[in-house]
Design a protein around this ligand. Structure first.
Ligand SMILES: NC(=O)c1ccc[n+]([C@@H]2O[C@H](COP(=O)([O-])OP(=O)(O)OC[C@H]3O[C@@H](n4cnc5c(N)ncnc54)[C@H](O)[C@@H]3O)[C@@H](O)[C@H]2O)c1
Length: 331
């Protein structure tokens, strides 16, 4: 029998805690051996709960673990991913790969130099049953012409900052639409309107992002970070011979008290719990046979580059998206 992977989790906040619990309790083939968080008290409580040990440093965790989950704040992802590449540890890095295109490109270059794919990116929507069904359904409706996306948060998780809306939140849409369409973007435009009532001065919310693709499709994304009523993600593909609508991902409709409806989750965990678990299981299964799973570091670079092009497009009309050549490692 193969021995369980000894995993180290860096960052034990919202998503690091959820991943560590899921790895410890739901995912087969793995144990959470090590935790590290700059705030030791957060990691201590979780370590007690799931029977993991506290690492004294990120370096110690990386050296002691078979594989690593990076769930620290965005700005730390590139340097921690580099540490994992130096130590040749399979790594599931939360999105984004990096806040800036340059940092993301440096991680890709380091992986290309290594000559081996070790990084999987936490774009868990690729494992969500709704998005998987959309992708599988495309041949039944013809050639995609337009994709409508809705991404609404109850409130901005890290404070409302317009650039962060694009590089941290809408980055999910930048990834999932090119995965759905198997296509690349050629331009991006950001349209802004009257700010919502909870938008701080100087920030923009909601936003409409409009992308064109090499294949000629239009991708439209409404991002509304302070929507207040709940967390909701929708996607509809309009194609040459029909449409596919993922709806809002809720599966149960309740009729009671003379009302019909369903709950709206407050957080992403409520909507994508299953996707996170499937992503972790796929990553552990792939790691055990020396592979990566889901999105690659290259996909992380393309998403970050696209999101930063959108930041540059605010107030500037359409901006072209030009990708570097895709290294053979990611063919
Ligand atoms: N895939 C998804 O849908 C999804 C959802 C939520 C968050 N995320 C990503 O996960 C990351 C973490 O988000 P979060 O919501 O859990 O944030 P969070 O603030 O709840 O947690 C981050 C944790 O990192 C710790 N930390 C700070 N500096 C550190 C360091 N030097 N080394 C190790 N840990 C350090 C903090 O103390 C905190 O506990 C972000 O990059 C975010 O974009 C992804």
């Amino acid at each position: 029998m193969t021995q369980a992977l000894q995993i180290g989790v860096i960052g034990t906040g919202n998503i690091g805690t959820a991943h560590a619990r899921s790895l410890a309790r739901e995912v087969s083939g793995a144990d959470v051996a090590w935790l590290y968080d700059a705030d030791t008290s957060r990691a201590t409580d979780l370590a007690d709960e799931i029977g993991a040990r506290l690492a004294p440093s990120v370096e110690h965790l990386v050296a002691s673990s078979d594989a690593v989950v990076i769930a620290s704040p965005d700005g730390l992802h590139p340097e921690q991913a580099m540490l994992c590449l130096d130590a040749q540890r399979p790594t599931l890095c939360e999105k984004p790969l990096a806040p800036t295109t340059e940092e993301a490109a440096n991680v890709v270059a380091a992986e290309v130099d290594l000559g081996r794919r070790l990084i999987s990116l936490g774009f868990m929507r690729r494992f969500d049953p709704g998005y998987v069904a959309l992708k599988e359904g495309i041949p039944s409706v013809g050639r995609p012409l337009v994709v409508h996306n809705v991404h609404r948060n109850t409130s901005a998780p890290y404070g409302l900052d317009t650039a962060l809306t694009l590089t941290n939140s809408a980055i999910h849409e930048f990834d999932i639409n090119r995965w759905l369409l198997d296509d690349e973007y050629t331009s991006v435009q950001v349209v802004t309107g009257e700010p919502g009532p909870r938008t701080p001065d100087g920030q923009l919310d909601p936003l409409l992002v409009i992308l064109t693709t090499r294949g000629g499709a239009l991708v439209e994304i409404e991002v509304f970070m302070n929507a207040w009523y709940g967390y909701e993600v929708r996607c509809e593909i309009v194609a040459s011979d029909g449409t596919l609508d993922m709806g809002d991902g809720s599966y149960i409709t309740r009729r009671a008290s003379r009302q019909v409806g369903h709950d709206v989750p407050e957080l992403w965990l409520g909507r994508f719990e299953d996707a996170y678990r499937r992503q972790l299981q796929a990553w552990v299964d792939a790691t055990l046979v020396g592979k990566t799973s889901g999105a690659t570091a290259w996909d992380g670079l393309v998403a970050t580059l696209s999101a930063n092009a959108a930041v540059a497009a605010i107030g500037n009309g359409a901006v072209r998206i030009e990708l570097p050549d895709r290294p053979a490692l990611y063919a």
